[in-house]
Ligand binder design. Structure first.
Ligand SMILES: Cc1cc2nc3c(=O)[nH]c(=O)nc-3n(C[C@H](O)[C@H](O)[C@H](O)COP(=O)(O)O)c2cc1C
Length: 321
C-alpha cells in the first residue's frame, strides 16, 4: 500500500507472523529514470525475510527493467499492479486502466516474465473490473495466467467503486473457478477480523488472503489468524502495555529508516494507526499532529498508552469510536 507498506510497517507485520509482505507500488517509469524518492522505497525486508516488489507502468521495456531492479535487491516475487484506481495512475492508462486493455496487460506480464529468473514468480493484482457493467476479472485473470502470471490477487471492487461499498466475494470466487487450480488466487478486500479471513477463504475458495487496511495499527491480526490456523484459540487484541511496546518498536524502525525530512510525518501516522478507536484517540492525535519534534510525538503517544493502562482500559476489548 502506497505510503503504508514501507520497511518499518512491513517489519512489524512480519514480526507478527504475516506470510509475505509487498512493497508500495512503484512506478516503473520513475525507477528506470533513477528517481531517488522511488528507488528509496525499493527496500528489501530485514534479516533476509521474503518480500515482494510491486511495480506499475505500461511500457514493456521499463517494466522489464524495473523488475530486474526488484530482483537485484532480492525480491521473492514481482507483482504487477493492475488495480490502482487513483486518477493520476489511471490517467496514465496504468493500474486498473489495464483491465480495459487485456492485450497490453498480457504483453507487460510477458515482458516482466522474461526479465525475471524462471524460479521467481511474476504475479498480478487486479480488481473485479472497470465498473459494474464490465466485471471481466475471471477472463482477465485467465489471460494474465496465459501470459505467465503465477498468482492472481483480486480486490473485489471495480475501479469506479474505488474504496466505496463492499468488496464482492462472488467475483473472487469466479476468478478462483476460472483460473487453473495450480495457480494460487488471493482474495482481497475488507478483511478486518479473523472471522472475515475465514469467511473470505470459505466463500471464495481462495488460496490465501491479502490484508491491507485491516493491518493498520493492528498487526496482531496476523498473529490471531495464525493461531486459529494452527487450531489454537485467538489471543485477541493486545493489552495497552503490549500495544505500547509494539508501537515503540514500530517507532524505532521508523526512526532508523525514515528519511529525516519525513520523520515527524511518519511518526504522526503511526500515532494515528495505533490509537484509532481507543478512548480519547482524537485528542492524542490532535496533540501529536501539532508537534514538530519527533521525540515529543513519541513521548506524547507513550504517555497516552501509559495513562490508558493505568485506567485499566483494555485496548482490544473496549474500542471507543
Ligand atoms: C492508502 C492505500 C494505499 C494503497 N496502495 C496500494 C498499492 O500501492 N498497491 C496495491 O496493489 N494496492 C494498494 N491499495 C489497495 C489495497 O492493497 C487493497 O487492495 C484495498 O485496500 C482493499 O483491501 P483491504 O480492505 O484489505 O484494505 C492501497 C490502499 C490504500 C487504502
Amino acid at each position: 500500500m502506497a505510503a503504508v507498506t514501507d520497511l518499518p510497517f512491513r517489519t512489524i507485520c512480519e514480526e507478527m507472523g504475516v506470510g509475505l509482505t509487498i512493497t508500495e507500488f512503484l512506478s516503473a517509469h520513475a525507477l528506470t529514470e533513477g528517481a531517488a524518492k522511488t528507488i528509496d522505497k525499493l527496500t528489501p525486508s530485514l534479516h533476509g525475510r521474503r518480500f515482494g516488489v510491486q511495480i506499475f507502468g505500461r511500457e514493456e521495456e521499463r517494466m522489464a527493467r524495473a523488475a530486474e531492479m526488484a530482483v537485484d535487491i532480492g525480491a521473492s516475487l514481482v507483482d504487477i499492479n493492475m488495480g490502482c484506481p487513483a486518477k493520476r495512475v489511471v490517467a496514465g492508462a496504468c493500474g486498473s486502466a489495464l483491465m480495459r486493455e487485456p492485450a497490453l496487460a498480457q504483453s507487460l506480464v510477458r515482458a516482466v516474465r522474461s526479465a525475471v529468473p524462471e524460479h521467481l514468480p511474476v504475479t498480478v493484482k487486479h480488481r473485479s473490473g472497470w465498473d459494474e457493467r464490465h466485471l471481466n476479472a475471471p477472463e482477465f485473470a485467465v489471460a494474465m495466467v496465459e501470459a505467465g502470471a503465477a498468482m492472481i490477487t483480486v480486490h473485489g471492487r471495480t475501479r469506479v467503486q474505488g474504496f466505496s461499498g463492499r468488496a464482492d466475494r462472488a467475483v473472487i470466487a469466479a476468478v478462483r473457478a476460472a483460473v487453473p487450480s495450480e495457480i494460487p488466487v488471493v482474495g482481497n478486500g475488507d478483511v478486518l477480523t479473523v472471522d472475515d479471513y475465514f469467511a473470505m477463504r470459505e466463500q471464495t475458495g481462495c488460496d490465501a488472503v491479502m490484508i491491507g487496511r485491516g493491518a493498520l495499527g493492528n498487526p496482531w491480526l496476523f498473529r490471531s489468524i495464525n493461531e486459529r490456523l494452527q487450531g489454537r484459540s485467538d489471543p485477541g487484541r493486545p493489552s495497552c502495555d503490549e500495544r505500547a511496546r509494539v508501537f515503540d518498536r514500530h517507532v524505532d524502525y521508523i526512526s532508523a529508516h525514515a528519511p529525516p525530512k519525513k520523520l515527524v510525518h511518519e511518526l504522526r501516522k503511526a500515532v494515528a494507526w495505533y490509537t484509532k478507536g481507543l478512548r480519547d484517540s482524537a485528542g492524542v492525535r490532535e496533540r501529536a499532529f501539532a508537534l514538530m519534534d519527533p521525540l515529543q510525538v513519541k513521548t506524547i503517544a507513550q504517555k497516552y498508552f501509559r495513562d490508558l493502562s493505568q485506567l485499566g482500559v483494555d485496548s482490544g476489548a473496549q474500542p471507543v469510536a
